[in-house]
Design a protein around this ligand. Structure first.
Ligand code: ADP
Ligand code: MG
Length: 691
């Protein structure tokens, strides 16, 4: 039934069908799910006095004045009034005949969008017809739907097709199979599917237009619910499939972990302990762990991953740790080598810049299993890298990797049908709504506590015409033995310009701060140079580090307590929060100066204010999600693959708890319907999350 082709409708031949296919309409069911994006109200005549900017309305009134105005652009202005107010009709294209027909006293009925004009409300190029006082309004019975469309398909056509499809539905209710069981509809107070669809195609005149416009009408929420449910179910199934695949059990005996913990100069926070325990129990199971560890910048994810790595090593397996940048991979290697070498655990290092003999040697040690913990970048999943016995894959700052890279790395570890465990760490706190949908196939651990003694970073926003003051601040901080970052930003596309800007800034700062040791890192500084500079900054030899956003993730220099960010208005909130996370890692008060270029847009002003007011990555991520949408927050790839048709993760987050509960019910009691639901909403994409 589901697949009754759209060509079953009248006036749909192959040509039209081809065009409709571009709207993903292939069947009558598709047509029914092709919902209006908005509505016009042509069901009644509104009084001019009641109109407001932005309304779309039918009005009726008498022409008071019609005049051609010769300004920058010749236009015909027609003033009409209905006794409650008057309105200007503005035409840029018109004939003389048109003008002479619009003489004083002529009665017009117009439909158009109302806007604030220079002197009064206006309609630009309204639809209009001449009427007399007795002309009945050819009232529409319903609000007029406006459908998403494509070239060559008129609204008229879509209206006609939806009329036919609705009639078809009337005749054959099975066209739109209700997949939600009665008990579920009642439990969550949802209208039935056919009723919801009918309503949305043809809302009655008294429909709450406000709700419809916002997508929160019960009929819309019914469909949203169904879509979110389909996604939830598909990710749930994916997860079940993971549970059925096998992984090596890595219980470990604890001896390496214990001696690392003994040597650490600090105690794990209780949040770290909790997450370590969660990971430990996952690794001991014969199914691959899929765990995402979220922890705000500085919450101490690295040590958590090291403990996971040691558990795998204790069990006789290799571990790979992948970082998004060479700088970060280098830092991880240093940490891991410091921690693991004294325990007799060998580490290796693989990045793009490792060439020739060195690379061959590293590859050999990875392949024969003598290197137990391998740290690197993308270079880890090149064809010639093979592992001896990979038990655990750790991915740091995962939003920077595409889903496919994550997949490729895991595939390297498949041996005799057993998959490696996977641990993903991110400092971009993923708002709960996103985590529950985009990452429903992962278990999530949260490190929701910072190590003791951290002081919150104080953030100020200062316009860049006060640069001198900012420079003075850097001088004062460094004079007290502290260190500072000076971050240059530019739009991401322009890497070259960004490096250029950093170089210029460095020259300038060297000049005005001759007493300081200044270093420079950016994407184009050679790797050896980069590391040398970072190392000198870390040991305190350099006072000031000028950098691009390459230092955004992971870099850890506790004595640095001042950060200047130039043009912060160009960056997203989450990115700024990451950057700022480079400071506030030691025990001194830290300060972040956002040195913006005035004037700021409303939006930019708001973003900087959020950053100034909060140090909480979760709060910031939620705001970011509200302001920029999930695409930006998650990285476009992942959300591109999510492709929600109706639901909106920000608007509809309140539904998610119910959706989860509904998914449990569906999977437990109505598995066939659950499968049909996934097919309906995800089609071939049902497998998208198969990573
Ligand atoms: P992130 O979560 O941002 O990756 P890191 O793992 O780089 O954070 O840790 C930040 C700093 O905090 C490091 O210097 C690390 O050694 C230190 N650290 C981690 N855990 C603790 C702890 N429990 N107590 C004190 N310092 C800690
Ligand atoms: Mg980190």
């Amino acid at each position: 039934m589901e697949s009754c082709p759209i060509t079953s409708l009248k006036r749909v031949g192959p040509k039209v069908a081809e065009k409709l296919a571009r709207l993903r309409i292939h069947t009558i069911q598709d047509q029914l799910f092709h919902l209006p994006m908005r509505y016009q109200d042509r069901t009644r005549v509104q009084s001019i006095g009641s109109l407001r900017h932005g309304d779309q309305a039918v009005i009726e009134g008498e022409v008071e004045l019609a005049d051609i105005k010769f300004g920058r652009r010749r236009s015909l202005l027609v003033q009409i009034s209905d006794g409650t107010g008057s309105l200007l009709l503005r035409f840029f294209y018109f004939s003389n005949a048109q003008k002479s027909n619009l003489s004083r006293g002529v009665r017009l009925r117009c439909f158009g969008e109302v806007r604030n004009g220079p002197n009064s409300l206006e309609m630009v190029h309204p639809e209009y017809q001449q009427v007399n006082a007795e002309t009945p309004l050819a009232v529409d019975e319903f609000l007029t739907p406006i459908y998403p469309t494509t070239e060559g398909v008129h609204q008229r056509t879509l209206r006609n097709l939806s009329d036919q499809a609705l009639a078809w539905l009337e005749e054959a209710p099975s066209t739109l199979q209700e997949l939600l069981p009665e008990q579920l509809l009642q439990r969550f107070r949802l209208p039935d599917l056919a009723a919801a669809v009918r309503y949305l195609h043809r809302p009655p005149p008294d429909a709450p237009q406000h709700q419809l416009a916002e997508g929160i009408h019960p009929a819309q929420q019914r469909l949203t619910f169904e879509e979110l449910l389909a996604h939830q179910i598909s990710l749930r199934e994916l997860r079940q499939r993971h549970q059925q695949t096998l992984a090596p059990t890595l219980p470990g005996d604890g001896h390496l972990r214990d001696s690392l913990l003994d040597r650490l100069p600090f105690q794990l926070t209780s949040a770290q302990q909790r997450v370590v325990a969660e990971i430990a129990s996952d690794l001991a199971r014969p199914h691959p762990m899929q765990r995402l560890v979220q922890g705000d910048v500085g919450s101490g994810k690295t040590i958590v991953s090291a403990l996971a790595a040691l558990q795998a090593v204790e069990s006789g397996y290799q571990v790979v740790l992948m970082a998004p940048t060479e700088l970060l991979a280098e830092q991880h290697l240093r940490n891991f080598a410091d921690w693991l070498t004294p325990l007799g655990v060998e580490t290796a290092w693989l990045t793009g810049r490792l060439k020739g003999k060195q690379r061959e040697q590293a590859l050999a040690r990875v392949a024969d299993g003598s290197a137990k913990v391998v740290v690197g970048t993308h270079a880890l999943f090149q064809g010639d890298v093979s592992f001896f016995d990979l038990g655990l894959v750790i991915i740091d700052e995962q939003h920077r990797f595409g889903v496919h890279q994550r997949l490729a790395l895991r595939e390297k570890g498949i041996k005799q049908g057993r998959w490696p465990h996977q641990l993903i760490m991110t400092a971009t706190p993923i708002p709960r709504t996103l985590a529950m949908t985009a990452y429903a196939d992962l278990d999530i651990s949260i490190i929701d506590e910072l190590p003791p003694g951290r002081k919150p970073v104080t953030t100020v926003a200062i316009p860049d015409n006060r640069r001198d003051e900012v420079v003075a601040r850097v001088r004062a901080a460094c004079a007290e033995g502290r260190q500072a970052y000076w971050v240059c930003t530019l739009i991401e596309e322009s890497d070259v310009l960004q490096c250029q800007a950093a170089e210029d800034t460095e020259r300038l700062l060297v000049e005005v701060l001759p007493e300081l040791q200044v270093g420079l890192v950016h994407g184009r500084v050679k790797q050896e140079g980069k590391e040398a500079v970072m190392a000198r900054f870390k040991t305190g030899e350099l006072d000031l580090l000028v950098a691009t956003t390459v230092i955004e993730v992971g870099v850890d220099v506790p004595n640095a307590s001042l950060m200047i960010v130039e043009n912060p208005e160009r960056l997203g909130l989450a990115q700024l929060h990451q950057l700022r996370g480079r400071i506030g890692r030691g025990s001194t008060e830290s300060h972040c100066v956002l040195m913006y270029h005035a004037p700021l847009s409303q939006n930019a002003r708001q973003r900087l204010a959020i950053l100034r007011d909060s140090n909480d990555g979760f709060v910031i991520a939620n705001k970011d999600l509200e302001m920029r949408g999930p695409g930006e927050v998650l990285g476009t790839r992942q959300t591109g693959e999510m492709q929600l048709r109706i639901a909106d993760l920000v608007r509809d987050q309140d539904l998610l708890d119910d959706v989860r509960e509904a998914a449990d019910l569906m999977l437990a009691y109505h598995p066939e319907n659950a499968a049909a639901l996934v097919r309906r909403w995800l089609g071939e994409r049902a497998e998208y999350g198969k990573v």
